[in-house]
Design a protein around this ligand. Structure first.
Ligand code: SF4
Length: 332
C-alpha cells in the first residue's frame, strides 16, 4: 500500500507545534538516496501546559507504534529511535518495553532514548545531537534532518500525535481531529480529542469549561503561546501545539512573567548570547524590581526576537506582548 496519497489527502500536519505538512516530509526523504535511513518518534513534550503525548502513549501506545512502523516501512528501514521524556518512560515502561519486544520479533529495531524533560530537547536537530551523545543544542538548518539527520543519514522525525494519526490514516479512520490539553487555575488538567477546526470558545463550551470567573487564556503552549482575552475566542482556532491554559483575570502579572522567564532561563541551551543572557536578565529584572520594568524589558525582547538562533529565544516576546496588548491593554 502506498500511504503517501492518503496522507496528502488527509492534510496531515505535524503536531509537535510547527504544523509542517507530513506528506512533504515523507516525499522529501523518499527521494534522498542513502544506505541507511532512520525514523524518530519524539515524545519529549517539554513545553509548559502540554501533556497530550503522555495521554496518547498511556492510552494508545499501540497506535503510535503502528504509525512508527508505517513510517519505517515507507522509507525502507527497520531502525527507529523513540525519544522519551524520562518522566513519561518511568510511568509507561512496562507497556512500552512490551511493544518494543513485539516489534523486535517482527524484525524492527526500536531503540528507546530517554532524556531529561526539556523544551530544547524537543527541537528536531537538538534531539539528533542528544541521541548522538553531543551537546543538546540546535543545529544550523539546512541541511534538514530529512537530508542529513541522525549520524549524517536521512531521518524522519515525528511527534507522538502525528504517528498516531498516520495509523488512523492508513486504516481510513482519520477524522481531522486533534488532541487539546486544557489547564485550569484550580483543577486537574484535561485532554480532549476534538475537531481540529473548532474555535477556542467552542472547545471550552463543548467540554463544559467556560469559567464562571473573569478570565483570559494562553494557547499553543503555556510558555511560548499567545495570550488572548475572553472576547477573542469565538473566531480564534488553535495555533502551534494543542494547549489552552485558563488564567483568572486577577492573576498577578509579575507572577506570570516570572513563570515564563524562569522557564526560558532554565530551558535556554546557552548556545547563543541573546537568549542565554537575555532570558537570565529578564528573569532577574522582574525578580529584583518592585514594579514590572516594562521599558527596560523592551530592548531585550527585541534583540531576542531578531537575533536568537532558534525558536525558543525568538518566542519569548510572544506571550509578553500578547498579554500586554490583549489583557492589560497596554503598548510598549
Ligand atoms: S535561542 Fe536559546 S535555545 Fe535556541 S540556540 Fe540560542 S541559546 Fe539555545
Amino acid at each position: 500500500m502506498n500511504i503517501l496519497p492518503k496522507i496528502k489527502e488527509a492534510d496531515l500536519v505535524g503536531r509537535g507545534g510547527a504544523g509542517f505538512p507530513t506528506y512533504l516530509k515523507w516525499e522529501g526523504i523518499q527521494k534522498v538516496k542513502a544506505d541507511k535511513k532512520y525514523v524518530i518518534c519524539n515524545a519529549s513534550e517539554g513545553e509548559l501546559g502540554l501533556f497530550k503525548d503522555f495521554y496518547i502513549l498511556q492510552n494508545h501506545a499501540d497506535r503510535v507504534f503502528k504509525g512508527l512502523q508505517l513510517a519505517m516501512d515507507f522509507i525502507g528501514t527497520k531502525k527507529a529511535f523513540f525519544n522519551f521524556n524520562g518522566d513519561y518512560y518511568k510511568k509507561l515502561k512496562l507497556q512500552i518495553d512490551e511493544l518494543v519486544e513485539e516489534y523486535e520479533e517482527r524484525g524492527y529495531q526500536i531503540t528507546i532514548f530517554r532524556e531529561h524533560p526539556s523544551y530544547i530537547g524537543g527541537e528536531e536537530t537538538a534531539l539528533l545531537n542528544a541521541i548522538e551523545g553531543k551537546r543538546v543544542e540546535p543545529r544550523l538548518k539546512p541541511p534538514y534532518p530529512s537530508d542529513r539527520g541522525l549520524f549524517g543519514q536521512p531521518t524522519l522525525i515525528h511527534n507522538v500525535e502525528t504517528l498516531y494519526n498516520v495509523a488512523d490514516v492508513a486504516e481510513d479512520k482519520f477524522e481531522k481531529k486533534r488532541f487539546y490539553c486544557l489547564s485550569f487555575p484550580h483543577k486537574k488538567g484535561e485532554v480532549h480529542h476534538l475537531p481540529a477546526n473548532w474555535s477556542i470558545k467552542k472547545i471550552l463550551e463543548k467540554t463544559n469549561n467556560i469559567p464562571d470567573f473573569p478570565y483570559f487564556v494562553q494557547i499553543g503552549g503555556s510558555a511560548s503561546g499567545l495570550v488572548l482575552n475572553s472576547s477573542q475566542l469565538d473566531k480564534q482556532k488553535m495555533m502551534g501545539a494543542g494547549s489552552i491554559e485558563i488564567y483568572k483575570k486577577s492573576t498577578d502579572p509579575r507572577e506570570l512573567l516570572l513563570k515564563w522567564f524562569s522557564f526560558y532561563d532554565q530551558e535556554s541551551c546557552g548556545k547563543c548570547t541573546p537568549c542565554r543572557e537575555g532570558t537570565f536578565q529578564l528573569r532577574k529584572m522582574v525578580e529584583e524590581s518592585k514594579n514590572i520594568p516594562w521599558q527596560k524589558m523592551k530592548p531585550i525582547l527585541e534583540v531576542l526576537e531578531e537575533t536568537s538562533f532558534c525558536a525558543l529565544g525568538k518566542s519569548v516576546p510572544v506571550p509578553v506582548y500578547s498579554f500586554l496588548k490583549n489583557v492589560l491593554k497596554k503598548k510598549l
